[in-house]
Structure formats: C-alpha cells, structure tokens
Design a protein around this ligand. Structure first.
Ligand code: PSU
Ligand code: MN
Length: 308
C-alpha cells in the first residue's frame, strides 16, 4: 500500500459501506474552541444526540500521529484534556502525523479526512474565512480554498464572528462555493441569527438540501455545499450588544498590539469574559442546532440514495 493510511473506525467503515447516515464532527471545537470541562461534555453530547437520531457520528482528529475518522470515546477524552496538542489545518496534517503528535483538526482538515472516508455531511460551529485587513495581511483561512476542492456538505452557523463577513461571502462566490440558508436568505452571524448580509438561496427541508447535494454530485462539481443554519433568535446574543462588544474587542487588541494567529483566541476570550460566559452558551446552542440539522440532511441523503 502507498500513502499514509487514515484510520477509520469499524463502525464508520460499515455505515459508509451500507449507505447509512453518517455525520463528521471536527475536533478543534473541543481541543481549542471550548474551555474544559465543557469541551468534553459538548463533544460527547453531539455524538449521543446523533446516535439517538439513528445517525453514526464520526469525530475526526489526529491521535498520536494517526489521522482518525471516528475517534473512540477514550481518545476524544484524552484529546480534550491534553496540553500537548496542535491545531491542525490541512497543511499541518503530514507534519503532525509524521511527528506522532495529537491534533485538533480544523474545518479544512476535517473536511478533507471526512471526504477521504466517504462521509458526505459534516457539522461544525463556525467556518474560517477572511480576516479584517486581509488585503494587506493576506490572512484568510485555508478553510476557503479547501472547501473549494472538497465535495462535502458543511453545516455551520456562518463564519467566526470576528471575521470580515462581506469579504468572506465574496470569496465563496469567487471559489464557486454555494452558500444556502436553511429556511432563511439572511446569512447567519454565528452568535446572532442575521449577520445583515443577504444570500441568494435557501432550502426549507433536509430533503431539499439533499437534492442540492445530489445535483452537485451529478454535475461532478468539486466544491463543498455550505448550509448556513442560524441560531434560534430567542437564544442569540443581543445583536446591538455584539456590535459594540466587537468594537471594544478590536480596539483592545490593537492597543495591545495583538495580530495574526493570536487575534482569534484573544478576541474570543474577550467576548467570553465580556458576556460573562453567555457567548459560550450561544456557541454550544449553535453547535447543537448544526449537529441536529447535519443528522437530518445525512438521513435525507441516505433515503435519496435508497430511492435511486
Ligand atoms: N469557529 C470558532 N472558533 C474556532 C474555529 C471556528 O468560533 O476556533 C476554528 C475552526 O476549526 C476553523 C478554524 O476551521 O478555526 C479556522 O482557523 P484559521 O482562520 O486559522 O484557518
Ligand atoms: Mn489565518
């Protein structure tokens, strides 16, 4: 055999072979996104909820150098508690693998591994995108170019709240990545239901989403389909508050000279402290909604295949 093997659990291998619904889940959310011990609870809850809906969960990450699709509960636990762990985007995978390290996989790396394992649907919280000032700094996430070349379906609540959303939507257009609202034409703003940006299309049911995905596959297009699923308006952060909060967060980052890679953790931490943890509750709520919808879409896709 050539190439570095991707470790795929027996449960996931069997479900994919049988055409049963499977949803991929990323690990950055519990290795770098959420604080302990909540991170582990959220990761395990997502798996439980999918199982309860008759869907096989496939949590993806790098365990001791092995890119793994369908991490065991013990492995998720260990990764969620480890202090020696890299944030692994796609370019980092070979390095983390060869050096035998643990890695939490970003949307880009998770999408790649999910696709390689034959998984068609992937649920996450927020996508990476274009950072403010990217015209000078070139700071845009590898999620963008990876999703342009990886035909999975990604359910998210938009992009990270601290990004330049308008510029990110322009990049999705350039890269031929379709962005479809779930029951809305307003692009969600992660912590808030409506970011203030319009998108062209919406679907109203998981079956409709499944037909879009099947059409993408029929046309043999290589891009991901993005399903944008807004948080329940009753559970969002107050939108007026978020604008004002983000302005203060950016001002503080500038004052302290925080730039580049360090800015995301700084800004998210600022938001968390400033909202006394409410942003965290919203983050978890957003993720739950996306996991649920991902399960429904995977189920509708499996049914569509059975019909054919
Ligand atoms: N959304 C968040 N926090 C995060 C991420 C998304 O609210 O930490 C992670 C995802 O894993 C995403 C990654 O793929 O950040 C993008 O990071 P970068 O901009 O460094 O590519
Ligand atoms: Mn970056």
């Amino acid at each position: 055999m050539t190439g570095l093997p991707i470790r795929i659990s027996d449960e996931v291998t069997q479900a994919v072979a049988d055409g049963r619904p499977v949803v991929a889940l990323e690990s950055t959310i519990f290795t770098h996104g959420l604080p302990r011990p909540r991170n582990l609870a959220v990761a395990l809850e997502a798996e439980e909820r999918l199982r309860a809906a008759g869907v096989v969960p496939a949590t993806i990450g790098v365990y001791a150098g092995a890119p793994t699709v369908g991490l065991a509960t013990e492995q998720i636990k260990e990764l969620s508690e480890s202090d020696h762990l890299d944030k692994a985007s796609l370019r980092d995978l070979p390095v983390v693998a060869a050096l035998g390290r643990h890695g939490g996989t970003t949307v880009a790396a998770t999408a790649f591994l999910a696709h390689r394992a034959g998984i068609r649907v992937f649920s996450t919280g927020g996508l990476g995108g274009v950072h403010f000032g990217a015209a000078e700094t070139f700071d845009e996430s590898a999620d963008l170019t990876t999703l342009a070349a990886t035909p999975v379906t990604v359910v998210s609540a938009g992009v990270k709240s601290i990004l330049d959303i308008r510029a990110t939507l322009e990049r999705f257009e350039t890269l031929n990545i379709p962005v479809i609202g779930y029951r809305t034409r307003k692009y969600p703003g992660f912590y808030i239901t409506d970011s203030g940006h319009e998108i062209n299309f919406k679907v109203d049911t998981p079956e409709e989403a499944a037909r879009v995905i099947a059409a993408r596959d029929g046309l043999e297009l290589p891009q991901a389909v993005l399903i944008a699923n807004p948080v329940d308006p009753a559970k969002q952060l107050p939108p007026e508050e978020l604008d004002e909060l983000l302005n203060r967060a950016w001002a503080e980052a500038e004052r302290r000279g925080i730039t580049g890679n360090a800015s995301t953790p700084f800004l998210l931490d600022f938001i968390q402290r400033d909202t006394q943890g409410r942003s965290l509750d919203v983050n978890v709520e957003v993720y739950r909604g996306n996991v649920r919808l991902g399960g429904e879409i995977a189920t509708a896709l499996a049914a569509l295949r059975d019909e054919a």
